[in-house]
Design a protein around this ligand. Structure first.
Ligand code: PEP
Length: 250
């Protein structure tokens, strides 16, 4: 049976207030009503509690935008996976390029995934190249990020990890990868996973695409890109646009 597509809205450092966050959550619930896709929204940490209450009776799940490498203790400013679990968070975005740009390494990503899995959160690990070169060296960048995971996580764990391919040059720029770019990367990521595990295991890992996904390009990217859904940034701040993207995957 084909798995339902997964669409995650990453609100990043938005919106401006708790009230606006709850309003956006409410509008998202309303706009996405009647869809079969799996949907999650990732508000900033400070809004998680109120948004959690707002969406509790809807089909929309909650995602966090990051998690600590540490379980608990003297780590000022950090948020532990167990604390997210306590708030009924389902997914956690790990290794987003905007965090990698602030110094997050593959080793941090592995530690964060370890914490997430220990606490029954689904890690959504972002991978992607800064730019595309004619020789195809960008594949090496993506392979390295994925191999950091396969070096540590075995068959059981890898199946619980969602991998989001997000070429950095396409994030928030309006430049979307072409359908061919997305399809080629989907096949490439599966080949990397197949070499370590096998085709069955590789096929059970959910892959998402992210990078300037909008209502006008979502349908073709989903139909022909071969990914299992989208990680959406900017467009998730508009409930109508986000719902149009969700519906384009059906
Ligand atoms: C993102 O931040 O994960 C993202 C994909 O952003 P945008 O959709 O705005 O490019």
């Amino acid at each position: 049976m084909k798995k339902a597509p997964l669409i995650i809205g990453n609100w990043k450092l938005n919106p401006v207030s708790q009230k606006a966050a709850v309003t956006l959550a409410q509008a998202t619930i309303k706009a996405c009503r009647g869809t079969n896709a799996s949907i999650a929204i990732a508000p900033p940490f400070v809004y998680l509690s109120d948004v959690s209450k707002k969406i509790s009776r809807s089909k929309i799940l909650l995602a966090a935008q990051d998690v600590s490498t540490e379980p608990l203790g003297a780590f000022t400013g950090e948020i532990a996976a167990s604390q997210l679990r306590d708030l009924k968070i389902s997914y956690v975005i790990i290794g987003h390029s905007e965090r990698r740009a602030r110094g997050e390494t593959d080793s941090d990503v592995v530690q964060k995934v370890t914490q997430a899995l220990k606490n029954k959160l689904t890690p959504v690990v972002c991978v992607g190249e800064k730019e595309r070169d004619a020789k195809g060296d960008f594949y090496t960048t993506v392979a390295k990020q994925i191999k950091a995971l396969t070096a540590v996580f075995g068959t059981t764990d890898i199946k619980k990890i969602v991998i989001a391919y997000e070429p950095i040059w396409a994030i928030g720029t309006g430049k979307t990868a072409t359908v061919e770019d997305v399809k080629e990367m989907q096949l490439f990521i599966y080949s990397v996973l197949t070499k370590v595990f096998d085709r069955k295991v590789a096929n059970s890992v959910k892959l998402l695409y992210g990078g300037s996904v909008k209502p006008h390009n979502a349908k073709v990217l989903h139909a022909d890109g071969g990914m299992g859904g989208f990680l959406v940034g900017g467009a998730s701040l508009n409930a109508t646009d986000f719902a149009a993207i969700v519906k384009a995957t059906e």
